[in-house]
Ligand binder design. Sequence first.
Ligand code: UDX
Length: 450
Amino acid sequence: MRAESRPIPYRCPHIQASVVDLNAERIAAWNDPDLSKLPFYEPGLAALVDRARGRSLHFSTEVDAAIAAADMVSLSVNTPTKTKGVGAGQASDLRWIEASARQVAACAQGHTIVVEKSTLPVRTAEVVQTILSAAQAADGKTFAVLSNPEFLAEGTAIADLEAPDRVLIGGVDPVAIEALVAIYGQWVPAERILRTNLWSSELSKLTANAFLAQRISSINSIAALCEATGADVQEVARAIGTDSRLGSKFLKAGPVFGGSCFQKDILNLVYLCGHYGLHEVAAYWQQVVVLNTWQQHLIARLVVNRLFGTVTGKRIAVLGFAFKADTNDTRETPAIRICRDLLEEGAQLAIFDPKVGVEQIAADLGVEALVGSEGEVVWQPAADPCAAVCGADAVLLLTEWQQFRQLDWPTLAAEMRQPAWLFDARAVADAAAARAAGLRVWVVGEGEGR
Ligand code: UDX
């Protein structure tokens, strides 16, 4: 059953939770009576907010007051990759964590449990602890720091929250640990709540993401080999996934991994390894990112190659811009690099995504105007797949939205300029129907196949 259609159980009505942010516009969106205005799209989220908002869940810009009133403060600020200074391009920028810790140190009253939820480099808890200790010494306040990394994946976040594989709580203070265990214990079975030391908890998050990302780079590397040899990566994935030691998940070849976590966390790991002089280990993980970038360029090159070596002035319909289905998040989405490469080659793009807005696509592509300096169309948003493919030489499918599995290929093919191509970088379209409708078809990890 999809998360949206399920009733959301009310797990902790006895706990008052305040989500506070300095960004007033964002908080206003969280408080908007129109639930379609929530700051981001996530299946099941609107129903959950609707049910708890104003009762046990509150959104506010009163950061200091919320900290003062809290028994437990969860730090969930962003930790982007540093763009300058030491560790630029790899290390996480911890300025928001540090600022939040300072604010908690200043405003907390009595004893406060501080929970790190942001994904952080290992030993960041030490930074938070040091800042809090200074306040402790000065004002007689007391703090306990816990690490409780988030393993939710976008698109399935509510379902993941309801039934997590595990909850990880790192810390040294047993009373603080049990206080957090008691909250999760309202709905998570005891054996799924793991207690570790602080550093293990922090490193586990980076490692989980690095292993998942590595699996995707691994299967994408094999997809390239399958295309070269005539093997079919979906068959290979199915065959190896039945090995219980390997498991069947995260074996879908595609246009590479995107999202806010994988690349950032691997780069963090690389930086960490380098810092500790483990250069071979750093190089090993760096290669996962190298392969990811290579694959993105590969897809754009393949499109150009199949369209007789040039896409200048040709129209290409791009279906899907989000980094995965069921989210409107475009952070690190492969669509950005692929579209930029095609624009660089002179293609005109018509882009359709069911949830990503035109402003976001413009910001990501760095092309404000839809029309180029000489009046030509550079890229334009399309209202639906049919509008996108109208007059196009090719369709490039980049996100596995459910609706792309059911596209009506005879109707779409009739709108395209022949000979026309379908490039399915997610292997979700009905390739047989597209071929029957007269399209040439390339599928990731399968090539032009059967
Ligand atoms: C990830 C982790 O899964 C989650 O535990 C962590 O808390 C945050 O980072 P998320 O980035 O939301 O979650 O999405 P995920 O489902 O992991 O997908 C990441 C990327 O890998 C997407 O671009 C997706 O399309 C791609 N992917 C995933 C594949 O290409 N093939 C697969 O088989 C699975």
